[in-house]
Design a protein around this ligand. Structure first.
Ligand code: KG4
Ligand code: ZN
Length: 336
């Protein structure tokens, strides 16, 4: 049994975790930067990178302390090296490379999106493969056909906005603040999901693609008037709640339908989901209803393993078992 240190810095969470080669999570520390980005209404890449630089070492120290181990006891370093914000990724990867070098232990780079899906394996405590994986966050909306933990093939992506990004933008135009997802969900709970018939892109089509920009525009026109893209946000009340509810339902319908299509198309029976948008209760319920109706199995990790964290870098254990290590000059891959 060896101890792994996991590092995550792809966006606006500085995270470190300690886990064992038998997949026990000993600590999982996340230093969030939300407060730093809130005044700007979204994540500012330069601010994120600088905050990672400040927070990485204290976060790693805390993760080691909580796991009750010393740096010298580590047997491997795992790091999410793609995809993400370049400057942000660079901080985590540089730190991981340095630790692997000075401790003379293997460095293992993992794909952040695949790690989100692997979080389901961690929380399930048993094999979940083969499965379809869905990652829905502020930066990504992607479907994967996962034959094994090390064979995850992307089978669907968004053409424009990520689902979480759409939540954040609609929250902004509704005057609900940042981060938008939880605020839209609260507002939607008071509204009528059928009040507005917002577009659901590619819903009836066979292809596993997403697009949320048409939906975003339709919502904005409903608020300010046809063809108008700016104006004062609506105040509290039925109008705002109905818009939020109808928008949220459109996103949910698309996500759930595409998961169902992916499962059927790829002859899979298990669905593993992750990413911040999975915090949305209405989405979770809709996914549960769809999987129950079809006799599929749904894997949803607890929230601390759903949003960005470093324990999900435990995907590195699968690579370690196969001696699949990364070179010490491992580079970031922001766009892949
Ligand atoms: O995975 P995550 O914590 O960070 C990355 O983007 O990588 O996801 C954050 C995203 C944000 O866009 C946020 O608005 C969205 O997840 N989100 C939600 C909810 N909670 C967070 N979206 C819908 N409903 C929620 N309850
Ligand atoms: Zn993420």
């Amino acid at each position: 049994m060896i101890y792994f240190l996991g590092i995550e810095s792809s966006c606006d969470e500085t995270a470190a975790a300690v886990f064992t080669s038998s997949r026990t999570i000993l600590s999982n520390v996340v230093a969030t930067q939300t407060e730093l980005h809130t005044p700007f209404g979204g994540v500012v890449p330069e601010i994120a990178a600088r905050a990672h630089l400040r927070q990485l070492i204290p976060t790693i120290d805390l993760a080691l302390k909580k796991a009750n181990i010393e740096l010298s006891q580590l047997g491997a370093v795992a790091v999410n090296y793609k995809p993400g914000l370049a400057g942000a990724l660079l901080m985590g990867v540089s730190c991981a490379r340095t630790l692997a070098l000075i401790l003379n232990i293997p460095l293992i780079g993992v794909n952040h999106l695949e790690a989100h899906i692997y979080a389901c394996r961690l929380s399930a405590g048993r094999d979940i493969f083969p499965c379809i994986g869905l990652v829905v966050s502020g930066g990504h909306t992607a479907l994967f056909d996962c034959q094994t933990p090390l064979q995850m093939k992307r089978i669907g992506s968004t053409r424009d906005d990520a689902a979480g990004e759409a939540f954040d933008k609609i929250a902004a135009v509704l005057g609900l603040g940042f981060p938008g997802g939880p605020a839209v969900e609260r507002e939607a709970a008071q509204g009528d999901v059928n009040a507005y018939a917002f577009p659901r892109s590619f819903l009836k089509e066979d292809r596993l693609e997403f697009s949320f920009s048409g939906l975003k525009t339709a919502v904005i026109y409903s608020i300010y008037g046809q063809g108008k893209v700016a104006g004062p946000p609506p105040g509290p009340g039925k109008f705002r709640a109905d818009i939020a509810a109808s928008f949220q339902q459109a996103v949910i319908d698309v996500l759930v339908t595409k998961c169902q299509q992916a499962l059927k198309k790829n002859k899979q029976t298990r669905l593993a989901v992750g990413g911040g948008v999975i915090a949305n209760r209405a989405l979770r319920n809709a996914l549960q209803t769809m999987t129950d109706r079809n006799g599929f199995e749904l894997f949803i990790p607890p929230m601390n393993l759903c949003t960005d964290n470093a324990a999900m870098a435990a995907l590195a254990i699968e690579k370690w078992e196969k001696n699949n290590f990364s070179p010490l000059d491992l580079d970031i891959e922001p766009n892949s």
